[in-house]
Design a protein around this ligand. Structure first.
Ligand SMILES: Cc1cc2nc3c(=O)[nH]c(=O)nc-3n(C[C@H](O)[C@H](O)[C@H](O)COP(=O)(O)O)c2cc1C
Length: 355
């Protein structure tokens, strides 16, 4: 007997989300099976996917009292003030186009609620949308868009050309994703537009050339090794994103949280790389996760799946709600750890769990 197609729920919340996990659980009802596979899965055995989340369990926060903290300043600024944010976490570049047409436009509307940077995934911008038009759609001038570049066999020269123009279009930074030299292997059917991509293997040459094309801050995304991070910065990147692509490229690699302190230490130890900004993503589901990552040296955190789950449930309102929940959790956690200014958080706030 042919299997009946599951009825998808229409976007709109009929539950009161209290946490990112609530969005994770509920979003399945708004998606078909191929969308669920595309968003939820990591590669192969899911070992690294689980590890990204579980890594946070190995750290404990330092609870403080008697500190008289009444408010927490969550604002941050990067690249000498060229990029500012009212929150130290923001949407990662995610290909949201398999969710529904023009989902990227709803994602950008989170800037109506928060003054934050939003990464625009290269592959989320499909015809008739134009990369060049997106910054003009952002009405909140305290927000910014960062274009995330995917170089493919057929668009390399186009990428350089667009990188040269990106500043005039209104983008505030560029990101080059360096960890998709092979197609993702999620073990299941991929949405057609994803399966068709043929990304090139990024080398220092491409980073250097992008550096020449633009004076915008340039961020290399997908670093999981301290020497690679140094190489990226020495090739011209102003910052790196410690990321394993949400555990979607290679299984049995460490979690991003395990690699973060090593990468921060190595970059900070060298004069030529010391000023590079270090961003982080992978497995963040709670405000306490963000606080731990910041304490371990990240200067900002990116959210991948939480944004997609929230978009699926309630489009732009879903994303704004999810961000509000995380903001509340982070504020509370920082306050109870005696941190009044998030940009001053350091390793004194965390320790490795003994058991
Ligand atoms: C469905 C999906 C699509 C993604 N699309 C992109 C993309 O277009 N460009 C990119 O650089 N990273 C992409 N990523 C990776 C995210 O930017 C981010 O590194 C990762 O999702 C962080 O882990 P998290 O999902 O646990 O937050 C994608 C991730 C997912 C789950």
């Amino acid at each position: 007997m042919p299997r009946r197609r599951k009825e998808k729920k229409k976007a709109g919340l009929d539950f009161i989300p209290q946490s990112v996990e609530d969005f994770e659980r509920e979003a399945r009802k708004y998606l078909d099976q191929s969308q669920i596979d595309y968003i939820y899965r990591g590669t192969e055995s899911q070992f690294t996917l689980d590890r990204n989340k579980q890594a946070f369990l190995h750290y404990l926060l330092e609870r403080r009292v008697l500190q008289g903290i009444e408010d927490v300043d969550l604002s941050v600024s990067y690249f000498g003030g060229r990029l500012t944010s009212e929150l130290p976490f923001f949407p990662a570049p995610v290909n949201c186009s398999p969710l529904y047409p023009n989902a990227i436009l709803d994602l950008l509307k989170v800037t109506n609620s928060f003054s934050i940077p939003v990464f625009v995934s290269h592959v989320a911008v499909l015809d008739p949308l134009e990369l060049s038009n997106l910054p003009s759609l952002v009405k909140n001038k305290a927000s910014s868009l960062i274009w995330q570049i995917y170089m493919q066999t057929n668009n390399v020269e186009e990428c350089y050309k667009q990188a040269r123009l990106a500043e005039s279009w209104g983008y505030k930074a560029l990101t080059i994703t360096v960890d998709t030299e092979l197609n993702l292997k999620l073990g299941n059917e991929l949405p057609a537009q994803t399966a068709a991509h043929s990304f090139i293997s990024i080398t220092p040459k491409e980073i250097k050339k992008l550096r020449q094309m633009s004076t915008l801050p340039l961020i290399a995304k997908g670093l999981m090794n301290a020497e690679d991070a140094v190489l990226a910065v020495e090739s011209g990147a102003d910052g790196v994103i410690v990321s394993n692509h949400g555990a979607r490229t290679l299984d049995h690699i460490p979690s991003t949280l395990e690699e973060l302190p090593r990468i921060v230490r190595r970059l900070k130890s060298k004069k030529r790389t010391r000023d590079a900004e270090v961003f982080f993503d992978g497995g963040i589901r709670r405000g306490t996760d963000i606080l731990i990552a910041l304490a371990l040296g990240a200067e900002g955190c990116l959210l991948g799946r939480p944004v997609l789950w929230a978009l699926a449930c309630d489009h732009e309102q879903g994303v704004a709600q999810m961000m509000r929940i995380l903001k509340g959790e982070l504020q509370r956690a920082a306050m109870l750890c005696g941190a009044s200014k998030i940009s001053n958080v350091n390793s004194s706030l965390v320790r490795k769990a003994d058991f």
